[in-house]
Design a protein. Structure first.
Length: 693
């Protein structure tokens, strides 16, 4: 898998806006100079790169890559001489040219003035090639990075990205930008399904005890506890279904020898998970019929369908007249279904916590000792210079023969061959360097626990009931969950975490069910965690959806003993005005998205936990800090919404900036203006500012 991913990498220039400005918008830069300057970035192959290859008429890149790599391997096996060295150098140059995409440019925007100039009618150029803004991905915008492409192919790429959608549909500009950016997700094309069914999402309704946070009509958020509050939930948010036959075919095309639980897919304006579920059998045994209506109201025979996607997955489904209209546009403009992620055949048995997961736990010294013991013991084992423990540390617990075959020729491979290398000074130094890093990670909460990360799914049985128009019950009731991994280990209860976390309300305890009926219908969903359709679990997990979000689950007794099962926080969501977006709107949407406000907000909440520790639990100061921490989830949601073009209030500055709080001396001690002490191990620069003890 690692080598396959390396084959899919493309290399592009990544340049700051000031670099272009200082070159008077006509920069000349060789690949060698860019490499030395750190101005070359590697990106996984994606749909836009495939579009560029097609526009440039280059249809055999993959074959040429394979040919060159094969020849390099052949030369490596021969005795080294001057002729072979020259041939190798030439092949590596060909490989570099093949992977380098000069039609695609990343620019890090350092200020809005630069951005306006780069997008003005005065074009800028790199090595004589003019560039024009294409888009900013959601992740790229956090680091103020925007994608530019060669000016001559820009109109053709724009047409492909818009994929024949209805241009008169009003949309939120930031959302349109994000939907177009789905074409920049690293992905591998797969064969086209026989027939695709698009269905409306499944909405369930129930009552639940919640904590509602709302700042729409007040300066500061208002927190209100509500009992049996009516909840409407999209239980299929971001997921659909794939037939076992198509799942097996796609898996084979991707080089897997098992039927995966699911795939994370992409297509034009399409994103989400499809889980392997036998809905054909459901039609026979449960629904007793085969005709269903698609999202446009057209009747479809389910027996002809091997892929079902929901309207939350196909973002602009209403911009097309039918699924046939959509797929014809995809074919015309060169889109294919592609896969970004495949669920694993097996889940891991151990993973690591992080400080967000444990910062709200109330633990005494004994419990802390129990929690850190596996991590401390593993470090001691490696320092004890047992080559077997060292290999487990270096390669993981699932080490097998393929690890040897696929490993590069380095000291780890040597240690696999000859255990005596554990006494070699070079090997010892390498291992000690890595273990020191592991020790520092442990100091910021990266602790070993039994458990794993798994992708979450809604109940596919409930979704099928919705598709066939029969009463919604699902197989899982409120408070019930399903995990084959934990059921096989006879574990009935686990702690569940999802990043980013803000407060204790975000920790969920999952209680598993394991009936014969569940084992039958979920038989293909072996490595996912299935949520029920009737409670606020997704709200508790900080607004999780099913488009490939992952959770960490662990049966660690110390953690389970420290969890208080609190009501979910529900933040009142805001909306943004829709319009027919033009280029100026999209550029403004980029500006509004620049910077990682989500990470900033999350870090401030961690600092608040540090302040909280100074006060007694029932004091007024403690209650105020808990209020601010709970509001942190609301401000975190606001930061996410702001990236979607929604106007939101930011966290009050006097909560974290000492200068903004000086007018109220009584509140100065509650300002979360300092990073927690353990952050010195997260950022070595912080250590310089710590005064000597």
């Amino acid at each position: 898998m690692g080598n396959a991913y390396q084959d899919r990498l493309r290399y592009v220039y990544k340049i700051t806006s000031s670099r272009i400005r200082k070159a008077d918008y006509d920069l000349h830069l060789t690949y060698q100079e860019a490499t030395v300057n750190g101005e070359v970035a590697s990106i996984g192959n994606h749909q836009v790169f495939r579009f560029i290859d097609r526009i440039r008429g280059y249809k055999e890149r993959e074959q040429d890559l394979a040919r060159i790599k094969l020849e390099i391997e052949r030369l490596k096996a021969l005795k080294t001489n001057a002729e072979h060295k020259r041939a190798m150098k030439k092949l590596h140059e060909e490989l570099k040219n093949l992977k380098f995409a000069d039609d695609y440019l990343l620019v890090v925007i350092e200020n809005n003035k630069d951005y306006d100039r780069l997008n003005s009618s005065k074009a800028f150029s790199i090595n004589g090639k003019k560039y024009k803004r294409l888009l900013a991905t959601t992740g790229g915008a956090k680091s103020s990075t925007v994608i530019y492409v060669s000016e001559d192919i820009h109109p053709l790429l724009e047409k492909r990205l818009n994929n024949g959608r209805d241009p008169n549909k009003e949309l939120v500009p930031a959302k349109l930008e994000a939907y177009k950016a789905l074409a920049c997700s690293t992905s591998t094309p797969v064969s086209h399904p026989e027939r695709v069914l698009v269905v409306h999402d499944c909405i369930t309704e129930f009552g639940a005890d919640i904590i509602q946070i709302d700042d729409t009509e007040t300066e500061y958020p208002r927190i209100e506890s509500r009992k049996n509050e009516p909840i409407q939930m999209n239980m299929s948010d971001g997921f659909g279904l794939i037939s076992p036959a198509l799942s097996e075919r796609w898996a084979s095309e991707l080089g897997n020898e098992y039927i995966p639980s699911g795939f994370c897919i992409r297509n034009s304006f399409c994103k989400g998970m499809v889980f392997t579920f036998d809905y054909h059998e459901f039609a026979d045994r449960v629904a007793g019929k085969y005709m269903v209506d698609d999202a446009w109201g057209n009747p479809v025979d389910i027996r002809e369908v091997d892929l079902i996607i929901t309207t939350s997955m196909l973002k602009l489904w209403s911009s097309y007249n039918s699924i046939d209209d959509y797929l014809l546009c995809c074919g015309y403009y060169g889109y294919t279904f592609s896969v970004t992620k495949v669920t694993p055949e097996e889940l891991e048995d151990e993973r690591h916590l992080n400080y967000q997961f444990i910062q709200s736990l109330q633990l005494d010294d004994t419990e802390i000792g129990e929690l850190i013991a596996p991590t401390v013991d593993s470090i001691k084992d490696v320092l004890g210079e047992d080559y077997r423990k060292a290999l487990l540390f270096l390669k993981g617990i699932h080490i097998h023969e393929n690890d040897y075959r696929n490993s590069p020729d380095d000291y780890i491979k040597g240690l696999m061959v000859d255990p005596r290398l554990i006494d070699d000074p070079f090997v010892r130094n390498k291992i000690h360097t890595l273990i020191r890093k592991r020790m520092n990670e442990a100091k910021i909460g990266v602790l070993r626990v039994k458990g794993n990360f798994s992708i979450i799914s809604g109940d596919p049985y409930t979704l099928c009931q919705s598709i066939f128009g029969i009463p919604l019950t699902g197989l899982l009731s409120s408070g019930q969950f399903y995990s084959r991994y934990w059921n096989e280990r006879h574990v009935g209860r686990v702690a569940c975490f999802r990043a980013p976390m803000t407060c204790h309300n975000n920790i969920k305890v999952l209680r598993f069910q394991n009936t014969d009926e569940m084992q039958h219908w979920y038989r293909y969903m072996n490595t996912v965690t299935i949520l029920n359709s009737w409670d606020t679990t997704t709200h508790s997990l900080n607004g999780a959806d099913m488009d490939s979000d992952q959770v960490l689950t662990t049966d660690n007794p110390v953690i389970l003993g420290a969890i208080q099962e609190l009501d979910a926080i529900v933040c009142v969501q805001k909306t943004s005005a829709q319009k027919i977006p033009d280029e100026k709107d999209l550029i403004q949407a980029n500006k509004d998205s620049f910077g990682d406000l989500i990470g900033f907000t999350t870090n401030k909440i961690t600092s608040m936990f540090d302040v909280l520790a100074n006060y007694e639990e029932h004091s007024a100061e403690y209650q105020e800090m808990m209020y601010r921490i709970q509001c942190g989830q609301h401000y975190q949601q606001n930061a996410i919404d702001q990236a979607k073009g929604i106007e939101c209030k930011k966290m009050p500055k006097h909560w974290y900036d000492i200068r903004a709080a000086v007018t109220d001396e009584s509140a100065l001690n509650m300002v979360a203006h300092k990073k927690p002490y353990f952050f010195i191990y997260n950022d070595p620069e912080q250590k310089k500012n710590i005064p000597p003890m």
